[in-house]
Design a binder for this molecule. Structure first.
Ligand code: URA
Length: 280
C-alpha cells in the first residue's frame, strides 16, 4: 500500500477505535506508520503528524455528526435508540428511525441498513442474527443462500414472507467478514428489536441461531440446549410472546444431519400456532 494510503487507512481505524471509546496509543500509531515505510522516516513523520492531528477532536473538527458520535458513550447511544424507537408509531416509522440511527459503528463499514421484510402484522416473526453480504447489497434480510433455506423451512409449515411471516434480525448492519455481532453492537439495536415486537405484536417468534436466541433470551446457554422447546420473550413495555429457538439455516447448510432436529422445531411451532388458533 502506498504510504499515504496506509496513513489514511490507519487514520480511519484510529478514529473508529476512538469513536468506540478505545484509548488510542499514539506511540503505537507512530510505530505502525514507521513500520509501513522504514526507509522513509521523513514520510512516516509527515503521516504520523497527520494521524496525530486527526486523532485530536478539538484540533480538527470534522462536522457535527462525527463530534457527536465521539462524545457519546454506549449508554448514550442506547438511550438515543430507546428514544427513537419509542417515538416510532408503526413499523415503517421504526424502519426509518433505525436507518437514521448513527450509534452502531458497524454502519460505517457496510453498504445498507437491513431492517425487515415480509408481512406487517404477520403472526410469525423470524429474527436472525444480522445481515450477510447479499443482504448488505440488497438491503433485505435473509436473501442469500441461508435465506433461501429459511424460505423453504417456512414453506414446510405453510408460512411465507408474502402472507404470514415477518423477517428481521437482532442487528441491522453487516459485521465485517461476517463475524458475529459483538455485545455492544447488539445492545444498541435492542431497543429497536423490542419496539418492533411491541408494534408488530406477533403470536410467535422464531429465533434463528445461537446469536439471536442467546441475545433475545439474555442467556449464555447455546442453541443446542435452547432449541426443542418454547421460551418466553418479554419486552420492557410488557409485550409477551412465546419464542422458539431454531438452528440457523446457515448452520443447517453445513450440518445437514441436524435438519431433522430443525424439522421437529418447525412442527413444534406449527403445533403452537394451531393451539393459539392461528390459521396458516
Ligand atoms: N443470516 C441472518 O441471520 N440474517 C440475515 O438476514 C441473513 C443471514
Amino acid at each position: 500500500m502506498p504510504q499515504n494510503a496506509s496513513a489514511v487507512a490507519l487514520k480511519a481505524l484510529t478514529e473508529w477505535w476512538e469513536e468506540m471509546g478505545v484509548d488510542v496509543d499514539q506511540a503505537e500509531v507512530k510505530a505502525a506508520l514507521a513500520a509501513q515505510d522504514p526507509l522513509s522516516p521523513a514520510q512516516a513523520e509527515t503521516s504520523k503528524t497527520q494521524v496525530e492531528a486527526s486523532a485530536e477532536p478539538e484540533s480538527r473538527p470534522r462536522g457535527n455528526e462525527r463530534r457527536k458520535r465521539k462524545a457519546k458513550s454506549l449508554e448514550d447511544w442506547i438511550a438515543e435508540a430507546e428514544s427513537l424507537a419509542a417515538s416510532a408509531q408503526d413499523l415503517p416509522a421504526l424502519k426509518a428511525a433505525i436507518e437514521s440511527f448513527e450509534g452502531c459503528p458497524l454502519k460505517q463499514l457496510c453498504e445498507k441498513t437491513v431492517v425487515y421484510d415480509g408481512t406487517l402484522g404477520a403472526p410469525v416473526m423470524v429474527l436472525g442474527e444480522g445481515p450477510g453480504g447479499q443482504e448488505d447489497r440488497i438491503g433485505l434480510p435473509f436473501v442469500g443462500k441461508a435465506g433461501q433455506l429459511l424460505d423453504r423451512m417456512l414453506a414446510a409449515i405453510q408460512l411465507d414472507r408474502k402472507t404470514n411471516a415477518f423477517i428481521s434480525n437482532v442487528n441491522y448492519w453487516r459485521p465485517p467478514g461476517n463475524r458475529n455481532p459483538e455485545a455492544d453492537e447488539l445492545a444498541v439495536c435492542r431497543p429497536f428489536v423490542d419496539r418492533m415486537v411491541d408494534l408488530a405484536q406477533p403470536k410467535l417468534i422464531f429465533a434463528m441461531g445461537g446469536v439471536a436466541a442467546k441475545s433475545l433470551l439474555d442467556t449464555k446457554t447455546g442453541i443446542t440446549r435452547l432449541r426443542g422447546k418454547e421460551h418466553a420473550f418479554e419486552t420492557p413495555a410488557g409485550t409477551r410472546v412465546p419464542l422458539i429457538p431454531m438452528f440457523h439455516p446457515a448452520y443447517l447448510l453445513r450440518r445437514a444431519p441436524d435438519k431433522s432436529r430443525a424439522w421437529r422445531d418447525l412442527l413444534l411451532a406449527q403445533e403452537r400456532l394451531t393451539e393459539m388458533g392461528v390459521e396458516v
